[in-house]
Design a protein around this ligand. Sequence first.
Ligand SMILES: Cc1cc2nc3c(=O)[nH]c(=O)nc-3n(C[C@H](O)[C@H](O)[C@H](O)COP(=O)(O)O)c2cc1C
Length: 156
Amino acid sequence: MTLKAAMGQFTTGVTVVTTNFEGQDWGMTCNSFNTVSLEPAMVLWSIRKEASSHKAFTQSGSYLVNVLQADQKDTAMRFASGTQSERFANQACERSEQNNLKLTNTVAWFECRLAQVVTAGDHDILIGEVTRYGVKEGQGLVYANRQFGVLAPFKP
Ligand SMILES: Cc1cc2nc3c(=O)[nH]c(=O)nc-3n(C[C@H](O)[C@H](O)[C@H](O)COP(=O)(O)O)c2cc1C
């Protein structure tokens, strides 16, 4: 069994993180997002050092984490490959206060000021202080073993 296979057994939610750097919009699918602190409100995610969007996310100063809804598998796939303009083409979204793109129909979003970058092997961990957030009722998209799904809660 490979390390990737073992890590894939850990079920996560799915997000698309966006930023605007030097006038261009950037977005990528990310499942390493996690919450860290309530007071102050802080979250983290990690980005591959070789990602073409690495410079944008580490230098723009802010980013917005879009937590995808159960029916947004196609969005998750689209933001994991192709050019940035292909990713945002026909994507319904609005601009946030910090000029980042907020996708519509997500179950939650967090806009963050980049507070700290921690280098860890082939990734950098981006720690952000949440400056604004929003939430909506609905089911989130989940991911495990390279497959998307929805949570089937146990009945009480
Ligand atoms: C479900 C899923 C989760 C992902 N999570 C991450 C992540 O947490 N960090 C990361 O660097 N890449 C992650 N990726 C891969 C990136 O989305 C992909 O490599 C990136 O969009 C490539 O584009 P870029 O190199 O142009 O930035 C994930 C991909 C998928 C499908």
